[in-house]
Write a protein that binds this ligand. Sequence first.
Ligand code: FHN
Length: 421
Amino acid sequence: SMLACSLKANAQYVPSADNLAHRQQFQDMKFGLFIHWGIYSELGAGEWVMNQKNIPYNNYKRLADFFNPQAFNAHEWVMFAKRAGMKYITITSRHHDGFSMFGTKVSPYNIVDATPYHKDPLMELAQECQKEGIDLHFYYSLLDWGRPDYGYGSPIVNGKPAKGDWDSYINFMKAQLTELITKYPGVKGIWFDGNWERANANWHYDEIYGLIHKLNPAIMVGNNHHLAPKDGEDFQMFEKDLPGGNTSGFSGQSKIGALPLETCETINNSWGFNITDRSFKSSKQIIHYLVNAAGRNANFLLNIGPMPNGKIQPEFTDTLAIIGQWMQKYGESIYGTRGSSIAPQPWGIITQKNKTLYVHVTDGAKHDYIFIPGLSVKVTKANLLADGSAVKFKQQPEGLFVYLNNVSTDPVDTIIQLTTN
Ligand code: FHN
């Protein structure tokens, strides 16, 4: 009936108490490891290699015959993340090539059944994450370059691809998501990607998100659709840009909403393993990205692409280790903080935890003082976070002057802790 119809269309997602609590925990974590790993890693040319090199699907599929990551060690990966100060891992369970990196029962094209490895690395990772207290999220591609029911390249007519079998594809995704949520211990989030390829299709998100939250109400659903958040989502992500930015060209339509925020960026210029990509970001660049994300109220998901043998290249692990040392020292100015209402300043940005403000001076310039405009609370104390030493300040109605002329500054980030009442 008309009434039932309109009720259904207007049904709004109400997150459970567990989900809301989980959103807070997620925001407290601030830093996660993104992992793009699949049979594409074998070719060392990124995760788009099938598409970019025009490799026919049936030829590409043969990569599975040679995928045998004997050196994969879930404990090692989790420890790299943990030592870097990361609190969660988001890994590709299935990317656009359609290959399932987990032991799915609903497609033979998966790591357990189609490779000589015959094992399920995502199960090992899930178990290891649980053991080490690291949260696990699964990246899941909506877009599929190979499945006939997806009908890649088909025009969309009335919300459905003209070729393929849309209902079958939607059901396939539901079955896989059910496996990912019910079989893998401790899964905390689903990270959808690929909507943008078929932006005007009816993805049946009400059913898909509804299923996920029915199976586990605490699971955080995010979708990298590059649009404003949709009903049923629990966090909003930005790709290769801080919230509010659009240097990558992906975020033109994604206004910042009210959900927890996350931004992802690559450690070099690639998501999947790329043997020719030597443009490694420095630990300083990555720390600045993390600080700038936190100051804008967002988590930072830093991506690496492991090698086909299951190892992570030393250029990445070296950088992760340096970031970990920084987090050991200065993590209190990141973990559990929220973005400050004070806008980013030319000298840096502020993070906030309850009544403490952490002023991050990241521009590397020599300052006699910095000015923080529009501070409505009274500052009672200022200290250098590095050694606790007192820092001089002067509060006026228009803002706060913090004097740095006698402070030993840090080329990466000089952090001043302000106590307010
Ligand atoms: O096409 C993908 C890409 O391979 C990668 O997974 C990134 C990660 O944010 N997302 C897509 C592009 O929007």
